[in-house]
Each structure stands twice: as C-alpha cells, then as structure tokens.
Design a protein around this ligand. Structure first.
Ligand code: HEM
Length: 401
C-alpha cells in the first residue's frame, strides 16, 4: 500500500508531468534504447517514428497517477494494454528497466523541481502500477499456455495458403509447424507476427486481426498493402512481396478485448472501413457457423469495388443467416453499373435507418472513419456500452482524431 503522503505527492505532481509528458517519454525512450538496444526488437518502430508510442505511454502513466488511490478504475485500460503486452511477450523483468528510465527522464525534464520526495513518490507509484500490469499479464500468460493447444510467447507457423481478396488485401492461412491443434479464441482477437526482415536492423512485430472464425486447424490474417513510403507498411508489404506458401513466420497466441460476446441476444451490427473488415469477417463467419438467430447488420465501406475484400464471401454468409442483411458504401464509384447502398461517406442519417436502437455495434477501420462512425452512433442515441471498437495502433490515436 502507498502512504497517504506518496499518494498526495503523486496526485499533485501528475498535472505538471502531464504537460511535460511527451518530453519525458521522448527522453525516456531515447535513453532506454541507447542502453538497452535489445528492446528495439519488441517495440514497433513505425509507432516510435510517429511519436505515437510516446504519447500512449505518457497518457497511461498520468492517468494511472490520477487514479493511484482507486486503481480499479483503470482495469479496462490495463486489460487492453496487457493484452498487447502479452501478445508481444513483454515480461516482468522488463518493468524495472522501463521504471528506471522513466524516473531518470522525469528528473531530467523537471530539473531542480524534481525533489527527492517527488522522485521517491513516483518510484513507489510506478512500482504499484507496474505490479498491476505484471499480475494481469501473468494471468493472461497462464490462460494462453494452459488451454489445449496453447503456448507461451511465440511459435513457428507455416504459410499454408496465400489468397488475394481484393486489389489491396491478401489473406495468409497459417498452420502450426508442430501439427498441434489450435486453441480456442474469440472472434475479433489479433495475433502478433514476428519477422526477421533482411535489411532491417531489428526484429519486427505487428498485430493482425484474425479474419476467420475460430477453428482447430489454421489462423487466417488478411493484410493490406500500404504505400511504400509509410513506415507501417514495412511488415505488411514484406508479407505481400516476400512471404508465400511454405514460408515460416513466428506467431503469438490470440489476444485482445475487442471480440464478439457470444452470450448476447441483441441485434449485432458489424461496421468496418477498409482492412477493418478483418475482425468483422471472423465475427460474421462465427455467427454463420453457429446458425445465429440474432438480427445481424453488416456494413462495410471500401474505397471502390476493386478494393472491396471478401465481397462474395460476405454475401454468401449473409444469405445463409436467417436474420442478416448487409450494406455497402463505396467512396468512389467507377461507373454507373457499380451497385452500392451508399456513395461517399456513411452518415448519421443512414446509420439511423439501418442500425436498431438496441443493438451492440462493433466498429473497426481507419481512425477518421471510426471517429466519424462512433460520433454518428452516439448522436443517434447509442450508449458507450453499445459501441465497441478496435483500431490498429496505440489507443491514443483515436483520442487525437
Ligand atoms: C504498448 C503502457 C510497460 C512494451 C503500450 C501501450 C500503452 C503502454 C498505453 C499502447 C497500447 C495499445 O497499443 O493500445 C505501458 C505502461 C507500462 C508499460 C503504463 C508500465 C507500467 C511496458 C514494458 C514494456 C512495454 C515494461 C517492455 C519493455 C510495449 C510495447 C507496446 C506497448 C512493445 C506495443 C506498442 C509498440 O510497439 O509501439 N504500453 N507500458 N511496455 N508496450 Fe507498454
């Protein structure tokens, strides 16, 4: 337990640190990576380059500080981050390293204002926050490795098939090389792919949502080709250009708290933009496999018909289900023959028409798309609890959008 004095110091200095948060975490990462270059094999360089990770860590540390005397408020946020940490094999021994460099950075940025009392209070508080993460992650490692077919950290998978889904998106079917059965997962979860790319100084890790329904045989990820100049394209484009049938990739067990809850009866609405369709395909396939009687609405926005992945497959699944319908929005229509329900952006009026008031909505896509859709749904009267969302990259992006 933290003393009242420590709590008071941490809470009173949190706002000052929040203002300097980005400076502190930028210093922190620079110094930590200089002394511990091995950690560059865990962190995503694209996020680093864009400063996204700096902001994400800063936000969380200061949020945690504000609630240091009621840590239960942080549980949902901690769980989401812990899923990501577990999927990247972040371990307890990493926490003291992060703590050491975070405190050094606080000292450096605050200068004379960083009294011993302040530094000691933050050291103690970091210890408490880190322990919450370590305990949550320990439970997740246990669950991942103890279930039938489960494993710890990374395991080798072979690319069993590679299938083009649209002009931009290609699916990879991955099977464990040891021939073991795959453990159960929730539709909507992601895996981390670890790759050693020639020419890259460090090992790279990327998360991809699983796009097929849970099964014992294979995982399917569906990867979008990015513009070559985008740092986040490094891994996706390498997969497109250099990874094919018979190749090996390392995979961590499915993770993430964005998934279809299977014990619900309300209408379910799956709304995706672009490659955000991937977790929705896993959810739709699952609903079809279960022969679900729920009212199901599938809404997808793509740039145009060529970029529309899983078109026939979605239509087939919707036909198989008793109570499902789908809508398509194209940002641009190539010609008059192209059929779609919405031309341009999905707006609040359209969503009002097709989304039942009592539904649970799952939203996934690029940040501006998600910001707009979530805004429309809220405006239409859906509560926070009815809107679940996932986006790719640190959580902070959405708050900035
Ligand atoms: C991701 C916070 C400790 C490695 C994140 C994210 C947050 C965060 C907010 C973004 C989550 C998202 O993507 O949605 C924290 C806090 C920590 C902590 C508050 C300490 C109490 C650590 C440690 C390591 C680590 C000890 C390992 C050295 C990572 C990595 C990511 C991540 C690799 C993925 C994002 C990327 O690669 O850019 N963490 N973290 N974190 N964290 Fe931590």
């Amino acid at each position: 337990m933290l003393s009242q004095k420590t709590i008071d110091i941490v809470k009173s200095t949190a706002p000052v640190l929040e203002v300097k948060g980005k400076d502190i975490t930028t210093h922190f990462y620079r110094a930590m990576f200089a002394d511990h270059p091995e950690l560059l094999n865990i962190f995503n360089h694209a996020n680093q380059e864009k400063g996204r990770q700096q902001t994400a860590l800063a936000n969380t540390v200061y949020a945690a500080a504000k609630y240091i005397d009621q840590l239960e408020v942080l549980v949902p946020a901690v769980k989401q981050i812990a899923h990501k940490h577990r999927s990247l094999a972040v371990k307890p021994e990493h926490y003291p390293i992060v703590g050491e460099y975070l405190l050094k950075a606080i000292k450096e940025v605050l200068g004379d204002a960083a009294t011993d009392d302040i530094i000691n209070a933050w050291a103690e508080a970091y210890g408490v926050i880190a322990q919450v993460f370590i305990d949550t992650e320990a439970q997740m490692y246990k669950e991942a490795s103890e279930q039938a077919g489960g494993w710890m950290d990374f395991k080798e998978f072979e690319v069993a098939d590679k299938v083009k889904e649209s002009s931009l998106i290609t699916s990879f079917y991955l099977k464990p090389k040891d021939g073991a059965q795959l453990p159960a997962f929730h539709p909507g979860q992601y895996i981390t792919i670890k790759l050693n790319i020639p020419g890259e100084e460090n090992i790279v890790n990327r998360q991809y949502s699983l796009s097929a329904a849970p099964n014992k045989e294979y995982y399917r990820i569906s990867v979008k080709r990015e513009a070559d100049y985008q740092p986040e394209g490094t891994v996706s484009n390498y997969l497109h250009d250099h990874i094919g049938k018979g190749d090996t990739v390392e995979v961590s067990a499915p993770a993430g708290d964005f998934y279809l809850a299977n014990d619900r009866k309300e209408p379910v609405v799956l709304i995706s933009g672009g490659v955000g369709i991937t977790p929705m395909m896993s959810m739709l396939e699952t609903l079809a496999a279960e022969n679900s009687k729920r009212e199901i609405v599938f809404i997808h926005a793509a740039r145009n018909e060529e970029a529309h992945a899983f078109k026939e497959h979605t239509e087939q699944l919707v036909r198989e289900l008793d109570n499902a319908r789908s809508y398509m929005a194209y940002g641009e229509k190539k010609d008059k023959q192209t059929i779609c329900d919405v031309e341009g952006h999905i707006d609040a009026e359209f969503l009002k028409e097709v989304v039942p008031n009592n539904s649970i909505c799952y939203v996934c896509g690029p940040v501006p798309f998600m910001g707009a859709v979530i805004g429309h749904l809220s405006k239409n009267g859906l509560s926070e609890a009815q809107i679940k969302f996932e986006f790719f990259g640190p959580a902070v992006q959405l708050q900035q959008a």
